[in-house]
Design a binder for this molecule. Structure first.
Ligand SMILES: [Zn+2]
Length: 163
């Protein structure tokens, strides 16, 4: 597999973090799918679909749970808008490590899928070196990126037209 690469415009990433911070309100996990395009292994994020938009009660339990119907809605949304799921992101109360459930139940069990975890319900520092970035390898294995190496995978890109 190529070296994983996830690209996002800084303004969009800032908006995603702000949404997660507000939605979790410092008391619960929040998250969503990062949608966009995958071109020769490079995952370019162009949009964000919060879990609560797919399923009103997605955030009611201690951790995010999406029903099969929510995934149907996700695939419909992607087909309608010509998008792919390139990653998912969710917050944790404390650190950015994967829970057992996170690691055993990838949101998308497809090799190369990227899962991001933002610590402290996104209320604290959210610089790249605070995040957890996990790339699914298949067969319940993940490549784990924490600290400075997160920036090797997650790249900020200039907005369209400024390239
Ligand atoms: Zn988690």
């Amino acid at each position: 597999m190529n070296a994983p690469r996830l690209e996002v415009a800084p303004a969009l990433w800032t908006a995603v973090l702000a949404h997660l911070r507000q939605q979790g309100a410092g008391v619960r996990e929040s998250g969503g799918f990062l949608l966009g395009q995958i071109h020769s292994g490079v995952r370019v994020v162009t949009g964000f679909l919060p879990y609560e938009q797919l399923q009103a009660d997605a955030l009611q339990a201690d951790f995010v749970h999406l029903s099969g119907a929510s995934f149907s809605r996700l695939w419909d949304y992607c087909a309608t808008h010509g998008l792919e799921v390139v990653a998912d992101v969710h917050t944790h109360r404390y650190g950015a490590g994967q829970s057992r459930s996170d690691s055993e139940n990838p949101m998308l069990a497809i090799a190369g899928h990227v899962a991001l975890i933002v610590p402290d319900f996104a209320q604290g520092p959210t610089g790249l070196d605070h995040l957890g970035l996990y790339v699914y390898q298949g067969s319940h294995r993940w490549a784990r990126y924490r600290g400075a190496v997160v920036a090797q995978v997650l790249k900020f890109t200039p907005p369209e037209g400024e390239r």
